[in-house]
Ligand binder design. Structure first.
Ligand SMILES: [Zn+2]
Length: 305
C-alpha cells in the first residue's frame, strides 16, 4: 500500500489523487537519484491502476497486486537497458501498446533510465506518449530532468526524493555507505548491522566477493564488495601501482558483467566525492558515456595517481 512506503508523502498523496481521477490513459515521468525507489513508486502506481480491491489505496495482497510485485502480470511491461533503451525496444513497445490488454486491466509500461536514451529512441518514445490509447499508461523513470523538452511537456512530472537517514532509521554513516539507496538499506537491515559494517575488510577480497555475489545473489556479498571498495579508496594513497593493478584484475576476475563493473566504479566515484577528487570524478563521468574497454576504464580510474 502507498502508506507502507516511508517518506515522499507528497508524491504518495499526488499519486492517490491521480488515481482518484480515473484517467483513461496517462504518461508519467518520475525522477530522482534513487533508481530502485523510483521503481517502487512505479509499481505502486501500476498496482493502484489494476488492484482488484482498490479503495483510495491498492491492497497489495490480491492476485493482481502480487503479480505486479513479481513482475509477472501480463499487462505490465518493463522496458530497460542499463545503457539506455534502444529504438528496437521502443518499436516493440509501440506494437505492444497497440494491442489489447491481456488481462482486461490497464496496460502499464515502465520505461527505465530514459535520461540515457539516444535521440532516435527518444523520438520514438515521444510518438507513442503523445496520444496514449485508452487503457494505456506510461511511467518513465529518470535520474534527472535533463531530457527533451517535448517529453517533459507531455508528461505528468513527479519528483521522487531520496529517503533520509531518519526515514530509514539508520545513522549517517550507514546511510553514506549505501549512498542513501533505500532498497539496499532495507536489505541490509534485514541481514546485518552497524557493527558488521564497521569491521574492515581488505580490498584484496573484492574478486572472491564479486564471484560469490554473482553466483548466489546474496546481498551480504554485495556489502562485502562495498567494504572492499571502501578499504581501497581509503588506503589508495599508500597502495602502490602493482597492487592497484592487482585490484583491477581481481575485479575482472570476479566475473561480473560490464554493468556490474560500471556499478563498482560508480560506487567508488560516490565515495570519492570530495573536492580534491573532483577531477577524477569529472573524468569518469565523461568516460562512462562512451563504449570503452572495461579494463582501460578500471585502470584509468583505480591505477592512475
Ligand atoms: Zn490489490
Amino acid at each position: 500500500m502507498f502508506r507502507d512506503i516511508v517518506s515522499n508523502e507528497e508524491a504518495k498523496s499526488f499519486l492517490q489523487r491521480e488515481l482518484s481521477y480515473n484517467r483513461k490513459s496517462g504518461t508519467y515521468l518520475f525522477y530522482g537519484e534513487d533508481r530502485e525507489l523510483q521503481m517502487r513508486f512505479a509499481l505502486a502506481l501500476a498496482k493502484g491502476l489494476n488492484c482488484e480491491n482498490m479503495e483510495n489505496d491498492f491492497c497489495g495482497t490480491c492476485e493482481t497486486c502480487k503479480r505486479i510485485d513479481h513482475l509477472t502480470h501480463g499487462d505490465l511491461d518493463i522496458i530497460e537497458d542499463p545503457n539506455g533503451v534502444k529504438i528496437d525496444q521502443v518499436r516493440k513497445m509501440i506494437y505492444e501498446a497497440s494491442t489489447t490488454s491481456y488481462e482486461g486491466g490497464k496496460k502499464v509500461f515502465i520505461i527505465k533510465d530514459i535520461d540515457k536514451m539516444k535521440k532516435e529512441a527518444s523520438n520514438g518514445l515521444l510518438k507513442i506518449i503523445e496520444e496514449p490509447k485508452d487503457g494505456t499508461f506510461f511511467i518513465m523513470l529518470s535520474n534527472s530532468l535533463n531530457l527533451l523538452g517535448t517529453i517533459k511537456s507531455r508528461s505528468i512530472i513527479l519528483p521522487i526524493n531520496k529517503q533520509k537517514p531518519e526515514d530509514l532509521n539508520i545513522n549517517e554513516e550507514e546511510y553514506k555507505f549505501f549512498l542513501g539507496r533505500a532498497i539496499e538499506i532495507e536489505k541490509y537491515l534485514e541481514i546485518s548491522n552497524e557493527k558488521y559494517l564497521k569491521e574492515p575488510l581488505s580490498y584484496e577480497t573484492i574478486g572472491e566477493n564479486i564471484k560469490k555475489y554473482i553466483s548466489t545473489g546474496e546481498f551480504k556479498y554485495k556489502i562485502n564488495v562495498y567494504k572492499a571498495i571502501r578499504d581501497f579508496v581509503k588506503n589508495r594513497k599508500y597502495i602502490d601501482k602493482i597492487d592497484r593493478m592487482f585490484f583491477c584484475d581481481e575485479i575482472l576476475r570476479g566475473g561480473g558483467d560490464r554493468n556490474f563493473i560500471k556499478e563498482i566504479i560508480a560506487y567508488s566515484i560516490e565515495l570519492l566525492k570530495c573536492p580534491e577528487k573532483m577531477e577524477d570524478f569529472l573524468i569518469l563521468k565523461g568516460l562512462q558515456r562512451y563504449p570503452i574497454n572495461i579494463k582501460n576504464l578500471l585502470i584509468t580510474f583505480f591505477v592512475k595517481d
